[in-house]
Ligand binder design. Structure first.
Ligand code: HXC
Length: 521
């Protein structure tokens, strides 16, 4: 009996020793080197991500199986990724965090297997997955085993897309094909100065095209956030970044099977706001900040903007209305007068789809003069890209509510959650102008001869513009036909939206049976 006891104690001591070994990954020197670069370790990052003390690691004893290039003697417990589960705001998530201290976080066959296991468990349990990326890419010594490992991860990112929320946090190099995992997930976070994402690096670019570019200019966080639009969120520090990942998930249900969580925000659902009368300038050619309207309407003025630095003529983000999570979309008159262009269409369509996947109602604020004219947009495919937005709004089955604030002209009026595209409730402020095109353009076309022949063409043109404006530049023509469900007092926008979202909360519609739609990509 005494001997048996000794044996189990020895085993426990061995387990403790192995755990301690696993915790230091590639060793204390490499941890120091990681800190010296201003980067946190894989485990420190997971601790920032989850509620204190909730992370449970799985697969800490896995090691690689490569015997080439002297690798048989170079093994580290857990290999190059930490995986497991924990809680965010008391709700379960699964996560992986690449460990740069082990072969630069490079993806081995077993590292891929660990990530895939965690992804499978997340999908099977219906909970979100967060991947933290800091890696030199495919494990060079393992060749195709490593490349296939990427394929396995991509497959899961794709099959679980729309099933569970998937978030990528890039806090180190993510190069080559490896960057397609963040691109496939719902949200892509980066930290300035740490995250780098590109397909081919500066050296290859120089060899092939002769172009010279630095790593930061090519694939730094700001480039990915502003130019390519690959990345949705950029932060200065890792601490802030993980805090915002936690905030983002608070708007989401655990999976597509659930409704988003209700949070009592303590903001009066019947709150009216006098200032809403004074944000839109009297002159309809003048810009204003649409976010002033959004923050006055939503609970406690809290709006989490997504894709803030990309396609700034269109705003998307998350907020709560009466405690209910919603996706907000809006034209931004401060940039390009709020026109719809290629990037805005891509940004908005993707946002509509992520909300629809996870049962978040869509609330759309409209002030759109039309589509961006010009050969640049036409040649780059505004038709194809613009079509994505029509497709996304129409296909979405979540409650869809809109408010036309000012301009809603032409095809852009239709694209913005209109009744024709299955908008559920379409409100307008009395300041709304709804027509095929703006008064100036319309008059020049339909009264061209009359203006030319008149004794005083300019006076005639101005009179006709006034008449056209009186007839069409208001919400009542559309309201008489039921395209607008009601014209509302701007001050009452918040209570009206909250009431109608509650009325629509059990909306249940299905699209016609099909394998899948064919959104124009
Ligand atoms: C194996 C790697 C590695 C890799 C880095 N290491 N990348 N080991 N496979 N891909 C190891 C280094 O040997 C070193 O080991 C440790 O990680 C840290 O690397 P350093 O170079 O010292 O770090 P740093 O100076 O910070 O530079 C980081 C780096 C650089 C920029 C990532 O290591 C680098 O350029 N690595 C190669 C990147 C690459 O070309 N990968 C393949 C991409 S193709 P020690 O023992 O000294 O700690 C690809 C295809 C994916 O990924 C396809 C998917 C479809």
């Amino acid at each position: 009996m005494k001997e048996e006891k000794m044996e189990i104690e020895e085993k426990i001591a061995q387990l403790r020793k192995l755990r301690e070994e696993a915790k230091v990954g590639g060793g204390t020197k490499r941890i120091e080197a990681q800190h010296a670069k201003g980067k946190l370790t894989a485990r420190e990052r997971l601790n920032l991500l989850v509620d204190a003390g909730t992370f449970e690691e799985i697969d800490p004893f896995v090691t690689h199986r490569c015997t080439d290039f002297g690798m048989a003697e170079r093994k580290f417990l857990g290999d190059s990724v930490v995986t497991g589960y924990g809680k965010i705001n008391n709700r379960l998530i699964f996560a992986s965090s690449q460990d740069f201290t082990v072969f630069g976080g490079s993806l081995s066959e077993v590292a891929s297997k660990k990530i895939c296991k965690a992804l499978d468990l997340a999908a099977d349990s219906g909970v979100p997955f967060v991947a933290v990326l800091d890696s030199g890419g495919a494990r060079i010594q393992e060749g195709t085993d490593s490349l296939e490992g990427y394929g396995e991860i991509f497959t899961r990112n794709i099959l679980y897309s729309g099933v569970i929320p998937q978030i990528s946090v890039v806090v180190g190099p993510t190069a080559g094909g490896a960057v397609y995992s963040p691109a496939l997930t719902d949200f892509f976070f980066m930290v300035k100065g740490l995250g780098q994402s590109y397909i081919t690096g500066p050296e290859i670019i120089k060899a092939v095209t002769g172009e010279e570019v630095s790593l930061e200019e090519l694939g730094g966080a700001m480039v990915n956030a502003t130019k390519s639009g690959n990345c949705h969120f950029v932060y200065e520090t890792e601490e802030e970044c993980f805090q915002q990942v936690r905030r983002l998930l608070s708007f989401f249900p655990q999976s597509c099977q659930e409704k988003p969580p209700f949070i009592d925000t303590n903001d009066d659902p019947n709150r009216v706001d006098e200032e809403l009368l004074h944000i839109i300038p009297a002159n309809s050619a003048q810009p204003y900040e649409i976010k002033k309207i959004i923050t006055k309407v939503v609970d406690n003025g809290e709006f989490m903007e997504v894709h803030e630095r990309f396609a700034r003529n269109f705003i998307v983000g998350f907020a709560r209305l009466g405690g209910q999570s919603v996706g907000i979309l809006a034209n931004q008159p401060m940039y390009l007068a709020g026109v719809l262009d290629i990037d805005a269409s891509d940004k908005a369509a993707r946002f509509v789809r992520v909300c629809d996947c996870f049962n978040l109602p869509l609330v759309t604020f409209i002030d759109v003069p039309g589509y961006m004219p010009g050969t640049d947009q036409e040649f780059r495919g505004i038709i194809r890209h613009g079509a994505k937005l029509l497709f996304a709004y129409t296909e979405a089955t979540v409650p869809k509510v809109s408010v036309i604030l000012r301009k809603a002209y032409g095809g852009a009026y239709i694209a913005m959650s209109s009744k024709g595209l299955r908008g559920d409730i379409n409100y307008a402020w009395p300041t709304a102008e709804i027509a095929v095109m703006g008064p100036e353009g319309a008059v020049n076309i339909i009264y061209r001869d009359e203006i030319k022949k008149s004794a005083n063409p300019e006076e005639t043109r101005q009179r006709l513009v006034r008449e056209y404006r009186d007839k069409f530049a208001n919400p009542y023509v559309a309201a008489t036909r039921g395209y607008i469900d009601d014209v509302i007092d701007p001050r009452e926008t918040r209570p009206k939206l909250i009431k109608v979202l509650r009325a629509l909360q059990n909306k249940d519609v299905c699209n016609p049976p099909k394998k899948h739609g064919n959104i124009p990509l």
